[in-house]
Every structure is written in C-alpha cells, then in structure tokens.
Write a protein that binds this ligand. Structure first.
Ligand code: ZN
Length: 338
C-alpha cells in the first residue's frame, strides 16, 4: 500500500460565516539560525494539522553564512512547491531583527525579503509596508531584550501605530506569553497572535503539549488572500497550552461554537440535571459560579459533562472561563442556558 505521513485532525470549530485557519507565522530554517531545511517546516505543519505557515528567517542574523549562501528569499522559493503538494498556505515572510527598541518584527505577505536589508529600521519597515506587509511585533516581553519580561511601547512603536504600520503582536511565543499584549491589542485594535518561533524540530519541542502554539484566523475562505484579509481585519485568537487569548468579540462566539448545552434530562426534588458537550480540543475551566450552583465546572476536551444544578438557583448560570483570556486581567464571561 501507499501511505503519506499522516495529518492530525485539530478539532477546532469554524465561526459562522468563516473558516478557522490554524497558522504559525514564525518559523526559522538553516537560512538564518534554524536547524532544518525549509521543506521540513511544511511537512511538520501538515502533520500538525495546520493550514498556513510563514517561514521568517532573520534578515540581520545569518550565522550559517560560511556554509549556506545568504538569500533572504531562499526558504520561500524552496518550500513553495512543497507547500502546494501538501495543500498548505505558505506566507512569504522575514524577521526584521533589531535590538529593543523596537525589537523583532515579522513582515508577512511580502514579495521580496532582500529589500528589507537596509541600515535604518524605519527604512526596513517602510520597505515591507511598500510590499503590502502585515507587520507583527514578536515576543515583546522576551527577557533577552526586556529583563523583567514586561512589554513596553517606546516612541518608535507609537510612530508605527500612527503610520498604521503595526498590525499584530505575539501573545504567545514559543512557550511563554505576555498578558499585557491583550491591553495593547485592545487599545490599538491589533491582531492577537500565537507562534512557535521554532528553530529546532517541532515534535521534540512540544512533546507533552496538546498542540504547538497556533494563531486561529477566521477567514472567509481557505486561501492565501482570504487569510491576508482576515489578518488585517484582526479576526484572530491565540491558542497554546489549553489556553485561548483574544478579543471578546471572537472569544465569545468561539466558546459557544465549541459547546452545546442539552435540555434537562432528569430532575428530583433538589436538582435539575443536564449535559454540556465540548466538541473541541480545548478544555474549558468554568469558575466563579453563582450562589448554590456548582462553583467550578471543567468541560474536558471532546467530552460530555453532566451538570446538576440546585433548584435554589434563581439567577442565570454565569461563569468565568479561566483559560479564555480576553484582557490583561480579564477572562471570558459566559452563561449556560439549559
Ligand atoms: Zn524569530
């Protein structure tokens, strides 16, 4: 028989009117400081159930240049046909790699990465924007650049915002995350993003995790151009380590697409019984129940949970979803209607 490396099904629902594209917009190869050939990134993404990736090698950091010639478009050129073979969307990208401020930025949806190799960082941004780039601020709280781990906006970031040149920020990078990014993204209406920033081999790095970090993008179709439109519109959620982060306008419908609450199937003198199904790979941890109701309910991934509610409960059955982050110190509020 004939068999391909098989693709995992990532069970994440669509939103009404949109398809959910699972994406990683931050990957390295041997063309900067990564350890793999570009086509390996395509195979990994395929097996991990992703829809789109961007290979974003550093423009300013090419430590393998004594062995591999510097060509900032090489990874994209090499991986392009493979991506087509695997039915994966490959986004042309590069990482503008500067000290803080401004830090590291991925330019996505570009045509020629070599034009980003210029002295002034503002000129590099301008060269990307001229190509229609989506500019993503990478790991703003990375401790090598921000020792206390707290992201900060400097004058240059405000200049980017003023020019409308900044479009998204990483909330998750590799295995860390920055709660303050939620404040920036809400305040300036930017896309909330999750990426692996992988240099080595994905399967070794994320062993023991349900999934690698991924940006969930709500696109009108599963195409490169629809993905780009959705990114600029900021229709994203960031997903990693059984956590979701993003704006409430997407997190809320997303939650209700994942779960369904059944009609009560039994009642006795004390309680009413019903079931809640979670049809997604993401568990939901409900906390802060109203008085007399269950105080916490864990809706395990791809599972049905029985709930018994006391007849003494008179108010709506509201909860905070502990692992769905909608603000720096805010989580999603939901109601179970049975
Ligand atoms: Zn990087």
């Amino acid at each position: 028989f004939y068999s391909f490396g098989q693709r995992k099904i990532v069970n994440i629902p669509d939103l009404p009117g949109y398809v959910t594209l699972k994406c990683d917009f931050h990957l390295h190869t041997v063309f900067s400081d990564g350890n793999v050939w570009p086509t390996v990134r395509v195979g990994e993404a395929y097996r991990d159930g992703l829809d789109a990736i961007a290979i974003t090698d550093h423009i300013e950091y090419t430590p393998k240049k004594d062995f591999i010639p510097v060509d900032h478009n090489a990874a994209w050129k090499i991986a392009e046909n493979t991506a087509r073979d695997y039915n994966l969307i490959l986004v042309h990208g590069a990482e503008i790699t500067r000290s803080m401020p401004p830090g590291h930025f991925n330019a996505l949806f570009i045509q020629d990465a070599s034009l980003l190799e210029v002295d002034s960082v503002m000129d590099a941004f301008a060269a990307a924007i001229k190509q229609g780039a989506f500019l993503q601020w990478n790991h703003p709280g990375w401790k090598s650049q921000q020792p206390d781990g707290i992201p900060r906006m400097y004058e240059i970031h405000h200049r980017l915002l003023k020019n409308k040149w900044l479009h998204g920020i990483e909330f998750f990078n590799h295995t860390e995350y920055y709660p303050l990014v939620m404040t920036f993204c809400r305040q300036y209406n930017l896309a909330v993003i999750a990426n692996s920033d992988m240099h080595g081999v994905i399967s070794e790095e994320y062993k023991g995790h349900t999934n690698r970090p991924m940006t969930l993008v709500f696109a009108k179709a599963r195409t490169h151009d629809a993905l780009k439109e959705a990114m600029f519109a900021g229709r994203t959620l960031a997903y990693f380590n059984d956590m979701i982060a993003g704006k409430e306008e997407f997190a809320k419908p997303y939650f209700y697409q994942c779960i369904s609450v059944g009609k009560p199937y039994y009642e006795n003198e004390k309680s009413i019984f019903f079931e809640v199904s979670n049809n997604s790979d993401i568990p939901f941890y409900l906390v802060n129940g109203v008085p007399e109701a269950p105080q916490a309910i864990n809706l395990a991934a791809n599972s049905v949970t029985r709930v018994a509610v006391s007849k003494k409960v008179t108010s709506p059955l509201t909860y905070n979803v502990k692992n769905v982050i909608t603000g720096e110190e805010e989580v999603l509020k939901i109601e179970l209607k049975y």
